[in-house]
Design a protein around this ligand. Sequence first.
Ligand SMILES: [Zn+2]
Length: 62
Amino acid sequence: MATFRECPSCALNAPAGTTECPFCGYEFPMSEPGSFTVAWLMIGLMILFGIPILAWLMGWLG
Ligand SMILES: [Zn+2]
């Protein structure tokens, strides 16, 4: 999974979640419906793994 996306304007690596290049101000086209799905998938995985880990930590600490 890429955490950076190459700016087509200045060819520098901008953070993946950004909509605008922090270096040159180029606005990335929002034509990626997949990134939205991936974001929700990540949230789902975090919940899926976060809750058992949290429960384990709570049980371990308390
Ligand atoms: Zn740029």
